[in-house]
Design a protein around this ligand. Structure first.
Ligand SMILES: Nc1ncnc2c1ncn2[C@@H]1O[C@H](COP(=O)(O)OP(=O)(O)OP(=O)(O)O)[C@@H](O)[C@H]1O
Ligand SMILES: [Mg+2]
Ligand SMILES: [Mg+2]
Length: 557
C-alpha cells in the first residue's frame, strides 16, 4: 500500500476553514474557500478561511471531512446505575457483582439518584434542554460480558438534548492563537456499562469480570461538527475538564473512565455528507486525533481510487497507527430496541412544578441542581485572563494539569511578586520539573509557600534570577529546607554593598582596556563581557542589571 500523504487540513496547520468540515483538495493539499452546509461548528473568530483560498485545478476534487463523537463517561458514584453494588475499579475481579448485575431471574432495576443528578448537571453545564420526562430502553446484543443480553439505555427519549460544547484550538505559526469553536451536543443519555472481557491468549481463554457490569455511564453524543483529529482532541479535553469540574465523572481516559467512539466521513463540498465509519474505544486524546486523521486520509484514498466507504466499525491499531475493520454495520447489527418494562418514565421537576404533597427528597429538582453548578473551566480561564492579564494559552495550561491552578492560586496568595512572574515560574520552571520527573502536582516536593517565599526574595532583589533557579533546584532536592536557608547556606544573597560593587567595576575596567575600547567602538557584546567578568568576581551575587548601570555610568564619566 502506498504511504498515505496528508492532503487535507486542520486549524493550526497551514489551511484553516471554519464551518462544518474543513475543506481539502485531493491532489495538492490546497483548500478552497467554500464550506459544506450546516449551521454548527461555528468559529467565533470567523466563518472564513484564515488564508486566502485557491480554486482547485481542473480535474482535482475537493474533500471535506466531518467528525462526530460519542463519548462514554463513567459516572462518579459509589454504587451502580440500577443496583446497590459498590463501584471500585481496584477491587478483585467479580467481587462487586449483585444478583441484578449478573442478571439472575427475578431481580429488578432500581434507579440510582446520584447518576440521574450527574446526568442533569452535565446536561445543564453543556447548555442542553433537560427532558422533564425521559425513558429507558433495552438495546440487545450478544456478548459474554453482558449477562442480560441487553443494555439498558435511553434510545427514544434521552435525559438531555440539544446542547453545545464550546472548545478552543490553537492556530497560527507557533500555535499561539486560540480559536473558539462549538460542537453541538445531540443528546446525553444514561446507560449501563458492560463487564470486562480479559483475553488470555496463552491459554486461549476469555475471562469475564463483572465488576464493571452495570456501572452508570453518560453517553454524550456530539453532532458531526468537527473536521479533524485536532479539533476532536480539543473538544474531548474540554469535556473532560467540564466533567471533572462538575465531579460527575473522574474522566480519566487512561483508566477507561472516558472512552470515545469517533464517527468519520468525507464528502465533496456542497454534496450530502458521506458514509461514516466508526472508530471504537479510543482512550487517549492523542490517539483519538491520530485515528481520525488516518481515517480521513484512508477514506479519501479509497474514494479517489474508485472504491466505496462501508458503514463499518473499526478499531485503531495503536502500534501501527492505522484503523482496521472490526465488524460490518450495514444492515447486520439489529439492536432490537424495546422499552424497558421494569422502569417507569424518569420524571424531573422545576421548583415551580413540584408535585404537591411530595417529599422533596423523593423528586429531582432541576433548579436546585442548577444552583449547585460550579464555575466551568471556560469561565475560570476568562477570569484568569482578566484578573492577571494572562495569555489565553497560559490559562489553558494552568487548567490542563490536575491541581496546577490551585497551586498557582496558593502561590499568588502568599507572594508579593507580580502575577506574570508567578505564571512564568509555575508554567515554566515548576511544571517543567514535574514533567521531567513524571510527577503529579500533588507529588511535588516544592510547596506553594516555598515557591512564594522564593519569588519574594527575587522580588526584593535579595537574590538574582540565576540564583533563584539554583534555589529552586535545591528546594526540589532537599525537601523541607526553606529558600532563605538555602540562600544563606549557599551564600547566594545579592551583594548589597554599593561601594564594594563600584570598586569591583572600576578595577574590572582598568584590568580590561581592550574590552573597554570595544565597548566604546560600539561592539554590543563587549558590555556583556564586562558584566560577566564583574559577576564572576562577585561569585554571582551581584544583580546583572545593577552591574550594567554602574559600568555604563563609569564608562561615560
Ligand atoms: N456522516 C457523518 N459523518 C461523521 N459523523 C457522523 C455522520 N453522521 C452522524 N455522525 C455522528 O455519528 C454519531 C452517531 O451516534 P449515535 O449514538 O446517534 O448512533 P450510533 O453510532 O448508530 O449508535 P451506537 O450508540 O450504537 O454506536 C454522532 O456522533 C454523529 O455526530
Ligand atoms: Mg451512540
Ligand atoms: Mg456509535
Amino acid at each position: 500500500m502506498a504511504t498515505p500523504i496528508l492532503r487535507w487540513c486542520c486549524p493550526g496547520r497551514r489551511w484553516v476553514f471554519a464551518g462544518i468540515g474543513s475543506v481539502f483538495r485531493h491532489g495538492r493539499g490546497v483548500p478552497t474557500g467554500s464550506t459544506s452546509s450546516g449551521k454548527r461548528g461555528q468559529s467565533t473568530v470567523a466563518q472564513q478561511p484564515l488564508i486566502t483560498a485557491q480554486k482547485p485545478r481542473k480535474g482535482e476534487r475537493e474533500w471535506a471531512a466531518v467528525v462526530g463523537l460519542e463519548i462514554h463517561a463513567q459516572i462518579a458514584s459509589n454504587s451502580k446505575l440500577f443496583s446497590g453494588s459498590q463501584v471500585d475499579f481496584a477491587a478483585p475481579p467479580n467481587s462487586l457483582v449483585s444478583f441484578f448485575d449478573a442478571s439472575l431471574p427475578g431481580t429488578l432495576p432500581v434507579l440510582n439518584r446520584r447518576c440521574v443528578e450527574a446526568a442533569v448537571m452535565t446536561g445543564l453545564a453543556l447548555d442542553c434542554h433537560i427532558n422533564r420526562r425521559s425513558l429507558f430502553d433495552r438495546k440487545h446484543y450478544f456478548y459474554a460480558d453482558l449477562p442480560a443480553g441487553y443494555q439498558i439505555t435511553q434510545q427514544r427519549l434521552p435525559i438531555a438534548v440539544n446542547g453545545s460544547l464550546v472548545y478552543s484550538v490553537c492556530v497560527g505559526k507557533r500555535q499561539s492563537q486560540m480559536v473558539t469553536k462549538t460542537a453541538g451536543v445531540k443528546q446525553i443519555q444514561l446507560e449501563q456499562d458492560s463487564g470486562k472481557s480479559l483475553h488470555d491468549s496463552l491459554r486461549s481463554q476469555t475471562l469475564i469480570d463483572l465488576n464493571r457490569a452495570g456501572v452508570g455511564l453518560l453517553e454524550v453524543v456530539l453532532e458531526p461538527d468537527m473536521s479533524c483529529g485536532e479539533e476532536a482532541a480539543a473538544a474531548i479535553r474540554e469535556l473532560q475538564l467540564i466533567l471533572q469540574a462538575l465531579g460527575t465523572s473522574q474522566a480519566n481516559m487512561a483508566e477507561g473512565q472516558l472512552r470515545v467512539d469517533a464517527n468519520i466521513s468525507v464528502h465533496n463540498p456542497g454534496e450530502p455528507l458521506g458514509v461514516r465509519t466508526e472508530v471504537k474505544n479510543l482512550n487517549s486524546a492523542r490517539f483519538l486525533a491520530k485515528a481520525i486523521d488516518y481515517e480521513i486520509q484512508r477514506q479519501i484514498n479509497e474514494l479517489e481510487n474508485g472504491g466505496k466507504i462501508l458503514n463499518e466499525t473499526r478499531s485503531f491499531d495503536y502500534k501501527l497507527g492505522c484503523t482496521v475493520p472490526m465488524r460490518d454495520k450495514e444492515g447486520k447489527q439489529d439492536y432490537r430496541f424495546m422499552p424497558e418494562p421494569n422502569l417507569p418514565p424518569l420524571l424531573l421537576y422545576d421548583s415551580g412544578s413540584l408535585p404537591t404533597g411530595t417529599d422533596p427528597q423523593q423528586v429531582i429538582n432541576i433548579d436546585q441542581l442548577r444552583e449547585q453548578l460550579p464555575e466551568l473551566p471556560r469561565v475560570t480561564r476568562e477570569k484568569l485572563v482578566q484578573q492577571y492579564g494572562m495569555l489565553p494559552e497560559h490559562s489553558f495550561a494552568l487548567l490542563n494539569e490536575v491541581g496546577l491552578l490551585e497551586f498557582f492560586q496558593n502561590v499568588i496568595k502568599e507572594t508579593r511578586a507580580e502575577p506574570k512572574k508567578v505564571t512564568s515560574w509555575v508554567l515554566n520552571t515548576f511544571l517543567g520539573f514535574l514533567k521531567q520527573q513524571n510527577l503529579a502536582v500533588s507529588e511535588s516536593p516544592v510547596t506553594p509557600s516555598a515557591l512564594a517565599e522564593l519569588l519574594d526574595l527575587l522580588d526584593r532583589k535579595a537574590i538574582s534570577s540565576s540564583a533563584a533557579k539554583q534555589v529552586f533546584q535545591e528546594l526540589w532536592r532537599s525537601k523541607g529546607k526553606t529558600p532563605a536557608q538555602i540562600v544563606a547556606e549557599k551564600k547566594l544573597e545579592l551583594m548589597q554593598d554599593a561601594e564594594a560593587l563600584e570598586q569591583l567595576c572600576r578595577s574590572t575596567l582598568e584590568a580590561h582596556p581592550q574590552v573597554v575600547t570595544d565597548v566604546k567602538k560600539g561592539n554590543p557584546r563587549a558590555i556583556n563581557k564586562l558584566i560577566g567578568l564583574v559577576r564572576r568576581a562577585t561569585l554571582g551575587r551581584a544583580d546583572p542589571t545593577v552591574i550594567k548601570e554602574v559600568l555604563e555610568r563609569q564608562l561615560s564619566s
